[in-house]
Design a protein around this ligand. Structure first.
Ligand code: SAH
Length: 233
C-alpha cells in the first residue's frame, strides 16, 4: 500500500465498532490508572485524554500498546510521549476554549489532537517533513480542523500567528528559545523541557507577566533534543 514520505504507517482501517469499544475501555483505564491517579485533576483535560484515539497516531505494530504507560516509537528516531506526560503538560497550560496555542514538535500529532478539543486553534511545527505530513493527514482524517501543521524549525516559533496564549514544547532545547518567549502573550504560559540528553532535563513552566518571566521547574523528564537553530556552531 502507498506510504507517505517513506513512513511505516498504513492508511486508515475500515470502521470496526468492536475494536473501537475495546480501545475506549482501554483509554478510560489509562485516564483513571495513569493520569488521574498521578494527580491530574482538570476535568476538561481528562475528558480530552479519554476521547482522543491514541492508537490512531501509532503504527499497526504499536497499536496494542497504545494505552500502555509509556512513550512509543513513531519512526525517524522520534517518539509519541507517555500519556501521563501529555496530560500533565496540557493541564499545565490551563487551556481555555478561546486560546490559540503553539506546539513545537508535532511528532505523531497526538498532543495537537488533545489540545485541539480544548482550545480554539493549534499551530504546530515539526522539523522532520515526513512526520509533519503524516501528522497533518491523520489530524485531518480524524476531524481536527483547527490544527495547522507547518514544516520548519520550531526554535524560531511562528511569528506571523503570534502572540499565543500558550506554548507547548515537546522536544528539549538547552535553553528556552527567546523567539518563543517573545511570541507568548503577556499573561500566557509556556511548558518546555530544558536541558541536555546527558545532564538531565527539567520540565519548566513559564508565565509571562507584566513584570517579567516567572519560572518554575515542575518535573524531571526525558525528551528527544530540539534540533536545528539551537545547535552550537
Ligand atoms: N508532541 C509529539 C511528540 C513529539 S517527539 C506527539 O504528540 O507525538 C518530538 C518531536 O520534536 C519530534 O518529532 C522531532 O522531530 C521534533 N523536533 C525536534 N527538533 C525540532 C525543532 N527544532 N523544530 C520542530 N520540531 C522539532
Amino acid at each position: 500500500m502507498a506510504t507517505l514520505g517513506g513512513c511505516d504507517m498504513e492508511p486508515a482501517q475500515p470502521p470496526d465498532p468492536v475494536a473501537d469499544a475495546a480501545y475506549a475501555t482501554a483509554r478510560a483505564r489509562m485516564v483513571h490508572d495513569q493520569i488521574a491517579a498521578r494527580g491530574v485533576t482538570d476535568a476538561r483535560v481528562l475528558g480530552a485524554m479519554a476521547r482522543v484515539p491514541r492508537h490512531e497516531f501509532v503504527s499497526a505494530a504499536q497499536r496494542r500498546l497504545a494505552y500502555e504507560d509509556g512513550p512509543l516509537p513513531i519512526g525517524h528516531g522520534q517518539t509519541i510521549s507517555q500519556p501521563y506526560i501529555v496530560a500533565f503538560m496540557t493541564a499545565a497550560l490551563d487551556p481555555k476554549p478561546d486560546h490559540r496555542v503553539l506546539e513545537i514538535g508535532t511528532g505523531s500529532g497526538y498532543q495537537a489532537a488533545v489540545l485541539s478539543g480544548l482550545v480554539a486553534e493549534v499551530y504546530s511545527i515539526e522539523i522532520v517533513e515526513p512526520l509533519a505530513l503524516r501528522a497533518a493527514e491523520d489530524l485531518k482524517r480524524l476531524g481536527h480542523a483547527n490544527v495547522k501543521v507547518r514544516v520548519g524549525d520550531g526554535y524560531l516559533g511562528w511569528p506571523e500567528a503570534a502572540p499565543f496564549d500558550a506554548i507547548i514544547v515537546t522536544c528539549a532545547p538547552e535553553q528556552v528559545p527567546q523567539a518563543l518567549v517573545e511570541q507568548l502573550r503577556t499573561g500566557g504560559r509556556m511548558i518546555i523541557p530544558v536541558g541536555s540528553q546527558w545532564g538531565g532535563q527539567e520540565l519548566v513552566l513559564l508565565r509571562k507577566t507584566a513584570r517579567g518571566l516567572e519560572k518554575r521547574e515542575v518535573l524531571p523528564v526525558r525528551f528527544v533534543p530540539m534540533v536545528g537553530g539551537n545547535r552550537r556552531p
